[in-house]
Each structure stands twice: as structure tokens, then as C-alpha cells.
Design a protein around this ligand. Structure first.
Ligand code: ADP
Ligand code: ZN
Length: 201
């Protein structure tokens, strides 16, 4: 039989969306259900995110956690893989390099269920890291929404604020340890300053 057509039982699922859209909650829910089904599960999360519970667990904004291995590159995921894990979940995957695309594909080909949660667009509304490629190769993509803090509509954007004002387009995609804050906003309420444009709010 042509190996191209062999069913391996592996696949990639992506949970995408803005901050506060419930990606970590959903990842935790899927991980817990896999554990209930007696699957061997391994959870990773990007180093860059240590917002609530230190680097050894995935935390959601509602306070729920699962234990996780901190990684800051795709090769670290590959090196630290448990060869017996049947389900591999990675939170904050937008911070990893493009190598994660091949790691995920390889795991799926080897029969693993791969669950990836990540922010799909940066503060400018542009594609974030490996997310477009991961969403392209995934069998299943769920795009979650937060609530726009300005108007109450479904929010798909991350509003970066610096001293309470919209950030400039030229500011870096990732600000580690910065003084910026973020709000969930819809397309209409999302603001990014360009050129010499004065801040409107
Ligand atoms: P994500 O991983 O997508 O950042 P989490 O799963 O960590 O999201 O947190 C989702 C939770 O954040 C919601 O269940 C809610 O309690 C809280 N939350 C705070 N601000 C908002 C908002 N603007 N819209 C929706 N949920 C919000
Ligand atoms: Zn809005």
C-alpha cells in the first residue's frame, strides 16, 4: 500500500484568537478530557508567558492550571518530547519559531494528537509568528473571540496600550517585561498609531 494513504490517526488542531478569548481555558479543557480518557499527555508552553503561575504550568485568566514544560524554541519541544505521549499540547505557540510547523507535522504523521493554542494576530493586527502556517496545516482550527472592552462586540484584536494610549505601528512585535498593557477589542475599536498621527484615545 502506498504509504501516503496510510491512516496514522494523528492530526493537528489549532486554537487561535486574541488575548482573553479563552484559548488557555480551551486547551486546559481538551488536555483534562484527554487525561480522563487515559491518554498520555504532555503539555508545553512558551517561556515568554509567565503571567500567572510561573513557567511550569499553563494558566488561564480564570485561574485554572495544568502542569507544563517551559520551552522557547521548536527544537526544545523536539528534544524534550516524551516518546510515549499520545497527546502533545503547546500553549502560547505564537512565540515559537517556524520550526514548530515541521515538529507538529512530524508528530501528527507519527499518530499523535497535537493541540496548539496561540494568538493569531499581533498588536498591529498582522499575522503572529508561525500561526498562519500552523493554521494552514491543521486539520481543525477554532478561532475564539473575547469581548471588546470598548463596545461589547466580539473581539478579534489585541489593543496594545502604552501609558494608556494606543501603541505606535513601529513598536516591536514582542515587548518582554515592558510597561505596556493589552485590551481585547473588535476591528472598529482597534487602534494603531502610524507616522506622526496623534493619539485619539
Ligand atoms: P487566552 O488564553 O485566550 O488569553 P484565557 O483562557 O487565559 O484566554 O482567559 C479567558 C478568560 O479571560 C475569560 O473566561 C474571562 O474570564 C477573562 N476575560 C478577561 N477579559 C476578558 C474580555 N475582554 N473578554 C472575554 N473574557 C475576558
Ligand atoms: Zn469594539
Amino acid at each position: 500500500m502506498n504509504s501516503t494513504f496510510q491512516l496514522t490517526g494523528g492530526w493537528v488542531e489549532v486554537i487561535a484568537g486574541s488575548m482573553f478569548s479563552g484559548k488557555s481555558e480551551e486547551l486546559i479543557r481538551r488536555v483534562r478530557r484527554s487525561m480522563i480518557a487515559k491518554k498520555r499527555v504532555q503539555v508545553f508552553k512558551s517561556h515568554l508567558d509567565n503571567r500567572y503561575s510561573g513557567v511550569f504550568s499553563v494558566g488561564s485568566h480564570d485561574g485554572r492550571t495544568v502542569d507544563a514544560i517551559p520551552v522557547d524554541s521548536a527544537s526544545q519541544v523536539a528534544v524534550r518530547l516524551d516518546p510515549f505521549a499520545q497527546v502533545i499540547a503547546i500553549d502560547e505557540v505564537q512565540f515559537l519559531d517556524d520550526g514548530i510547523v515541521d515538529v507538529a507535522a512530524d508528530l501528527a504523521l507519527r499518530g499523535r494528537r497535537v493541540i496548539l493554542a496561540g494568538i493569531d494576530s499581533d498588536f498591529r493586527g498582522e499575522p503572529f509568528g508561525p500561526m498562519p502556517k500552523l493554521m494552514c496545516q491543521a486539520e481543525v482550527v477554532d478561532k475564539l473571540h473575547a469581548i471588546c472592552v470598548m463596545c461589547g462586540a466580539p473581539a478579534s484584536r489585541n489593543q496594545r496600550l502604552i501609558d494608556g494610549k494606543p501603541a505606535h505601528w513601529d513598536s516591536p512585535q514582542i515587548m518582554v517585561g515592558g510597561t505596556e498593557s493589552y485590551e481585547a477589542r473588535c476591528r472598529a475599536c482597534h487602534k494603531v498609531l502610524k507616522g506622526d498621527q496623534p493619539s485619539l484615545l
